[in-house]
Design a protein around this ligand. Structure first.
Ligand SMILES: CC(=O)SCCNC(=O)CCNC(=O)[C@H](O)C(C)(C)COP(=O)(O)OP(=O)(O)OC[C@H]1O[C@@H](n2cnc3c(N)ncnc32)[C@H](O)[C@@H]1OP(=O)(O)O
Ligand SMILES: CC(C)C(=O)C(=O)O
Ligand SMILES: [Mg+2]
Length: 506
């Protein structure tokens, strides 16, 4: 039987320390419930003394969640611990997470103190928290830069004072994996009573090593990982939950497991990204837009023949319906045929070759080739139902109603409509909706500038239609036009995939 590694999720505490990502109490409750469904063992719900809203969030999460332990963070300060205990009063299972800086940087420059006095404060805080709850986790902040002998003394002292979990944070993301792993091993081998507590890894990603360090920690005896969804957190972020969970699931050889029900990962990643208004980078492991997208011919051919040629994970295992084959100028005929087949075209080899040559010219110019483009390549024109964007005119400013006039070509007929909205993009989308007589729900919208102010802007968005998602992509120097292009692109995909004739509204 493999060893269980406890998953301590701190999306709602360390994750929420990201500027601009603060959540309301109802939003936190929604995420907490999804974390429970995902199977995390501990939810760090907040830092109750920090603000009345955070205090209230911990109370409400405690009421809303049943299985996971609810944890509240404090400094080694009695008042913080009083607040935490009060906020946790409704939790079915509760933990106070207290601690203090242990590195000489923190001791000297933050606390203007010395090692012995800090050790006394650590023990006193642990004992004080123990008066309220049985389960006390102690963090040795900046343990990554703390000398191992002193760290071991602190860990031993807080375990003797009753700590049930000892957290060894690499607060500044400084350690190398080998160094962090050695640190955990050192504690395992040198701390009296270490087996009375669980060692926890809390690693930051300043050098991109958070996941590697966390894994080095568990491989050397730690049995709790402190993680966030999408790896969000202070500065460069924390270790991401999805990465460590999938590493342990994929590498059976490490003989470790978590209780994470991985099929829920993607939905929660989207929820957190949306609520925190924090887009996930496209190449993010496990949950990024491109994590299961193949865009070059050799890879595409390999994946079409046998998915495992280029994928070590099954996308369904993390809740992503399937891998995708993206048509670009680096695609080969296997990828082109795959999409032609999906769209229902059965072409002779010679015709495929012709379409392929035309496709390459288009892909060199357009970067991404859509279903709509393929239909034009094969048929010579858009069939009934296709929409082309012809023109966009915007009025915006401080004291005007944002309004847009959009001209479309629908079934070879030019039509236009005007609308107002909460902003120029919303106004333009409403104008499109008005012409087509339908509103398309959008649940993702990402604008990227390519570099400097003169460059093209790229827009990726996602529209939900009859329980399916359709991606739209647009590129233009003006981001409003890029957005409308992306919207129209998604609508055309719905038309081609659903065989839905798009008509001008009467
Ligand atoms: C690594 C981490 O992520 S730690 C968690 C980070 N999260 C947060 O800081 C969010 C919540 N924090 C807050 O709301 C506020 O900082 C509070 C309520 C905790 C404190 O607010 P203030 O009393 O105004 O203090 P302020 O934030 O200016 O400074 C922090 C104080 O805490 C002290 N402190 C910092 N960490 C600890 C600790 N673990 N134990 C004891 N004291 C600590 C600092 O030395 C400083 O006190 P000093 O001015 O006497 O030296
Ligand atoms: C409060 C502690 C656990 C922390 O977030 C850190 O040290 O990074
Ligand atoms: Mg942290």
């Amino acid at each position: 039987m493999s060893d269980k590694v406890y998953v301590f999720d701190t999306t709602l505490r360390d994750g929420e320390q990201v500027p601009g990502c603060q959540l309301s109490t109802p939003e936190k409750i929604e995420i907490a419930k999804e974390l429970e469904t995902l199977g995390v063992d501990v939810i760090e719900a907040g830092f109750p003394i920090s603000s009345p809203m955070d205090f209230n969030s911990v109370i409400e999460i405690s009421k809303a969640v049943n299985d996971p332990i609810i944890c509240a963070l404090t400094r080694s300060v009695e008042k913080d611990i009083d607040f935490a205990a009060d906020a946790l009063k409704y939790a079915k299972r509760k933990r106070i997470h207290t601690g203090i800086g242990s590195s000489d940087y923190h001791i000297k420059y933050k606390f203007k103190s010395d090692r012995e006095r800090i050790l006394e404060r650590a023990v006193a805080a642990t004992k004080y928290a123990k008066k309220y709850v049985e389960d006390v986790e102690f963090y040795c902040e900046d343990a990554g830069r703390t000398e191992n002998e002193y760290l071991a003394r602190m860990v031993e002292a807080v375990i003797a004072a009753g700590a049930t979990v000892v957290n060894i944070p690499d607060t500044t993301g400084y350690c190398l994996p080998e160094e962090y792993g050695e640190k955990i091993k050192f504690l395992k081998e040198n701390v009296k009573g270490i087996d009375n507590a669980i060692i926890s890894c809390h690693c930051h990603n300043d050098l991109g090593l958070a996941t590697a360090n966390t894994m080095a920690g568990v491989l050397n005896g730690a049995r709790q990982v402190e993680v966030t969804i999408n790896g969000i957190g202070e500065r460069a972020g924390n270790t991401s939950l999805e990465e460590v969970a999938m590493i342990m699931k994929t590498h059976k050889d490490v003989d470790l497991h978590t209780n994470i029900k991985s099929q829920h990962i993607y939905a929660l990643s989207l929820l957190v990204s949306k609520m925190m208004r924090m887009p996930v980078q496209p190449n993010k492991a496990i949950v990024g837009r491109n994590a299961f997208a193949h865009s070059s011919g050799i890879h595409q051919d390999g994946v079409i023949k046998h998915r495992e040629n280029y994928e070590i994970l099954d996308p369904e295992d993390v809740g992503i319906p399937q891998s995708s084959i993206i048509l670009t100028a680096r695609s080969g005929k296997a990828a082109l045929k795959y999409h032609l087949d999906r769209l229902g075209y059965e072409l002779e080899e010679a015709r495929v070759e012709e379409v392929y040559q035309e496709f390459l010219k288009m892909a060199d110019e357009k970067k991404d080739v859509t279903d709509e483009d393929l239909i034009v390549l094969v048929e010579g024109a858009l069939p009934e139902g296709g929409v082309k964007l012809k023109n966009v005119q915007i009025i915006c400013g401080e004291s005007v109603f944002p309004s847009a006039t959009v001209e479309l070509e629908v079934n070879n007929e030019l039509v236009h409509a005007s609308a107002t909205g909460t902003g120029s993009i919303d106004a333009a989308f409403r104008a499109v909706d008005e012409m087509l007589g339908e509103t398309f729900d959008m649940d993702e919208f990402l604008v990227q500038s390519m570099g400097n102010r003169n460059d093209d802007g790229k827009v990726h968005l996602r529209v939900k239609y009859q329980d399916q998602h359709y991606m739209g992509f647009g590129v233009h120097q003006d981001i409003i036009i890029a957005s409308v292009k992306a919207y129209v692109d998604a609508i055309n995909k719905i038309a081609s995939v659903k065989n839905k004739a798009i008509k001008v509204s009467a």
